[in-house]
Each structure stands twice: as C-alpha cells, then as structure tokens.
Design a protein around this ligand. Sequence first.
Ligand code: NAD
Length: 433
Amino acid sequence: MIVDADNPPTNVPSLGNQVPPHDLFETAVEQFGIAADLIGLEDGIRRVLSTCKREVTVHFPVEMDDGSVEVYTGHRVQHNSGPGPTKGGIRFHQNVSISEVKALAMWMTWKCAVVGIPFGGAKGGVEVDPKLLSQGELQNLTRRYTTELQPLIGPNIDIPAPDVNTNPQIMAWMMDTYSMNIGYSVPGVVTGKPLALGGSEGRGEATGRGCVFAIEEACLLHGKPLEGTRAAVQGFGNAGSVAARLLAERGVKIVAVSDSRGGIHNAVGLDLQAVREHKRETGSVVGLARADDITNDDLLIVDCDILVPAALENQINAQNAPNIHAWLIAEAANGPTNPDADVILFDRGVVVIPDILANAGGVTVSYFEWVQALQAFSWTEHDVNERLRQIMRRSFQDVSQTSSRYGVHMRTGALVRAIEHVAEFTSLRGIYP
Ligand code: NAD
C-alpha cells in the first residue's frame, strides 16, 4: 500500500458536492476568459492559450499479484511549452479524467508564469485507486505508465512531479524506468525525488511552506495579525499537514483538519502532534480524543479566521460560500473554488489567495530541484527556503498590485499577470511555421 494512505477505497463521503461539480476544464477556460477579456487579449493568442497543446491517453496492462491482468487508463496533457519545458504532477486517483488533467495542466502554465519560472504547464494522472494495489502492483503500474509516456517526457521536454497519491518513491520508480529505457541515469526527468536520488532539500514541505509565506503576505497587506488567529485545514496530506504545522509554529490555532474520511474540530486548538500520531495509527484524523468528529462540509464553515482547502477541487461552491467564516482562504489545493463561489466570496469581502499563487511553492522548489539536477550540485535547506520565501513574497506583491490596478480579485489578478507573460512569449516566438 502507498505510504500515508488515507483515501478509503469505498464509502468515501462527498465533500460539499450537493451542487453538481463544475467540469474542471470549463472552469479553467471560464477563468481564463475573464482575465483575457480584461486585458483585451488578441483573438489568435486567445485561441492558442485556451487550448492544450498535447493530450495523450494511454491504456496499458499491469500484471497483478494473483497473475491476472488489469488494463488501466492514464493521461498526460501538456498545455503550453512557450516558456520552457512543461512541468506538472502525476495524480493516481479513481476520479482522474481528461477534463481534470487538462484543467490542471492549464493552471500549471499560469502558476509557473505567476512565480516567474521558465516552465510551461502539464499534468498527468492514472484512473486508479492506489489503495487497492499492493506495493508491487503500484510499482508495476508506475513503471508501465512511465514507459507509455517515455517519448513525451524528459528533462528538456516535460518533467513530472508528485501530486495526489503519488510520492517520492513513485518519482524514484519513474526516474529509474525512464533512465533504464534510455540507458543512463537522468535525475532531471522528474522532481520530488527522494533526497538520496537527487531530490531537493525542502521539496517535501515546499507547497505547504509556500502557502504559509503567501498567508503571511496577505496578513501584512490587510493589516491583520497571524499569531493568535484560528485556521481550518481541509486535507491532511502533503500540502495540508505541512501548512497546518507551519501555521501552528507561527502561533495560529488549528481548530479543524480533515482527510477523505472526515474531519475533527476543537475550538481551542488541536494538538497537531497527536493528530499526526492518530493518523499514523488509524489511517485517518477522524476519532481523535479531545476533538469532535465533523464532516468535510462542516469543516469549510467552522468558525475560524483562515481556511486552507488542501484536498481536491470543487469544494467551495455557491451553496457553502455564503457560510464561510474565514476572512482569508488560501488555496493549497488546485481548483477548490467554483467560479460561482468566487463571485459570492468577493462580494462578501473574503480574500482568496488563488491556487496558482497559494500553492506555487511546490513547483518553485521543483524548479530548484531541476536546476540542481542539471548542475549536479545541491543547495542547503536554508538556501531553498529563503529563495522560496523571496519568490512567494515578490509574486504575492505583483499579483496584489495587478489586482488593485484592474480592480479585480486576486484570482483574476494572478491570471492577468500570467496570461500577459505567456502571451508575450507566444507572440515573440511567433507561430511555426
Ligand atoms: P496528498 O495525497 O498528500 O493529500 C491529499 C489529502 O486530501 C489527504 O489528506 C486526503 O485524505 C485528502 N482527501 C482526499 N480526498 C478527499 C476528500 N474527498 N475529502 C477530503 N479530503 C480528501 O496530496 P497533496 O499533494 O497534499 O495534494 C493536495 C492538493 O494540493 C491537490 O489539489 C494538489 O493538486 C495540490 N497541490 C499539491 C502539490 C504538491 O507538491 N504535493 C503542489 C501544488 C498543489
């Protein structure tokens, strides 16, 4: 079984989805259209940027432990390679779809542009519940999926990384498979590798850490304290658990956290060490002593100052947006907020740090890992975290200034910055041939 397994294979409770979820690629194109209208983006460039450059679906066999053969479906989408090689995570989840992968690939392009790193966007996923596989089956699936993608990926072409239900071990198998197929070691083909294989210091915590740097900037901008405030975190995986810990280190009370089985709440603050131990022992945060069990729907509307959605997309919708207490939402997850909810939150004065800024710490340190791999040289954790802090601070300020200039919320401000950047690349390079 995958490390940190916490998605139960059956009876997964829904997450506030009484409102039918938006088609994720439609959401991404709708958000793009709002920003493109605002800057009067020229029609040709608009057509290029609202389309994914390459979409690949593969169906591939995996031999299971009992000798039977299963066929799995995987995708890899590259949205735009104008700024450089494409970059984006690999998700193993039963609900992966081509629409989701396309949206996530497009958001990766904008995210890289927002933080000014020379990558275009990509994303990949396999339609599988990895909790149902043994470790050997998971390895076979990863290696065969990588082989199917072999012609499309590479350190100068497209560089995968971890996402939901994938981790450094899976990146190690991907790197080894690519290297074995090509005949020599290529550490730059993936990021998020284990340290021993050329992973970067600080990469494991980078998404949560970058999110907390963005929260600090938002507090400064709005003249609000961070210490002594209360936060709720949906999703206690890589991004969410690190964000919760780093917020707690800054004197924030974490009043609620959740995972795929549900959430827990304690108005005076949860003991995060106890949460981690309980999760290690039972596989979930649910059932912790000295905390009340709540649903994932409840978590979004608990009384708190800061809400960090760090699970999956389509969580904050027109139905629950009016009931959110937090003044600040920091989107550690990709696509947690629907366009309808965005309007409601903006009207209510809730500040949303959009995903393409709030969770950009992950790809930023992935970029550092790629640079270190190409140079065969490693930086210290202090160097990595300090460079990340500078990039998050500068990007937050750029986005906030763009939002003020156009009188729009930060999602559109971030998109405007990103689209202007990628549009400039596209028009300077010209249309080939
Ligand atoms: P993860 O697999 O480590 O953790 C996901 C967490 O969400 C787990 O606690 C899981 O139990 C929970 N979860 C899953 N389904 C849920 C459901 N239906 N309801 C409530 N909780 C549920 O994944 P991660 O890497 O932390 O990614 C989380 C989000 O952050 C995703 O949207 C991902 O795209 C985004 N993100 C991750 C990175 C990264 O570097 N890992 C970078 C940028 C963005």
